[in-house]
Design a protein around this ligand. Structure first.
Ligand code: NAP
Length: 273
């Protein structure tokens, strides 16, 4: 017999009252995700490495009635991340949602790139994702008070922004593609560690190009980059921030309780043709 609760359907996208920790909150996608959580009634804790930018963001969010706070931390430094989690728990008592949206790229041909530059990208896009995910998972498990076999989604939600470049190589991208591909495998493996026992869903969103200050130039219909994209964009345009938030809320709410270890396409169909 099908047992579908009306109240479940009516509330399945709700993140109201949840505590969401957002890394890379000062970046384009981090800010959009954080604002989406705030508009949806979550308490939002913002982090990045630049305290001044975070303070500006908190002021902007509070002016819109969003409950939020910040703590500056480098996600690639273990001691920073431990201090960050203490700060979130001191402020809001728990972490329900982790949204990882920090990242960095410096395209360089492998023949010219230094090992130090490659390692920096790997730290910014892969190692730091591991460190944040590890310590937040430990906090989420602690919140369960020893319970095991927790229903999926009830232990927490982890959402990582990787990239369509996790699935395709590109000239100058031996650092970026490798780190993003590593992050996609990381969420798959973390899902195996965390989902059945602790009810924590771990997923990734893989975008192509979203409008931001840095990507605005790619939206010029006259540019070769835009025209090349359009040869492989079934949806016929590049992405706007509003195209992103559906996934953010979906993967952070009960609507996605049966989805874990998934690297979700958010590309307008870029990989299908
Ligand atoms: N926008 C797109 O079209 C697009 C497409 C595919 C994938 N992505 C991925 O989505 C994520 C967010 O992209 P975005 O467009 O929002 O980027 P963005 O606007 O450049 O913001 C990047 C964020 O990451 C932080 N950051 C920069 N360098 C860092 C480093 N070395 N270590 C740790 N944090 C660092 C920045 O804050 P602080 O410098 O203050 O720490 C900032 O908050 C990234 O992982 C990116 O690779 C974006």
């Amino acid at each position: 017999m099908v047992d579908l609760q009306k109240s479940f359907v009516q509330n399945m996208y709700s993140v109201e009252g949840k505590v969401a920790l957002v890394t890379g909150a000062t970046g384009a996608l981090g800010k959009v995700g954080a604002k989406a959580y705030g508009y949806a009634g979550a308490k939002v804790f913002l982090t990045g490495r630049n305290a001044g930018k975070l303070q500006e963001l908190v002021d902007e969010f509070k002016a819109e009635g969003i409950e939020c706070d910040f703590f500056a931390a480098d996600p690639a430094k273990e001691e920073d991340v431990q201090a960050l989690i203490k700060a979130v728990v001191a402020k809001y008592g728990r972490i329900d949602i982790l949204f990882i949206a920090h990242g960095f790229n410096k395209p360089q041909n492998i023949l010219e790139q230094s090992v130090a530059d490659w390692s920096y990208i790997m730290d910014a896009d892969c190692k730091s994702v591991y460190i944040v995910m590890k310590y937040v998972s430990m906090q989420m498990v602690e919140q369960l008070g020893g319970a095991e076999n927790v229903p999926s989604g009830q232990g927490g939600k982890i959402v990582v922004v990787t990239s369509q470049r996790s699935k395709r190589g590109m000239a100058g991208y031996t650092g970026y593609c490798t780190s993003k591909g590593g992050a996609d495998m990381m969420i798959a493996s973390a899902a195996c560690d965390l989902s059945a026992k602790y009810g924590i869903n771990v997923n990734a969103i893989c975008p192509t190009v979203f409008r931001s200050e840095l990507t605005e130039w790619m939206f010029d219909p006259e540019s070769a980059v835009y025209q090349n994209f359009m040869k492989r964009e079934p949806i016929g345009r590049l992405a706007e921030p509003s195209d992103f938030v559906g996934y953010v809320i979906f993967l952070s709410s009960n609507a996605s309780n049966y989805i874990t270890g998934a690297a979700c396409d958010c590309s307008g169909g870029y990989l299908v043709c």
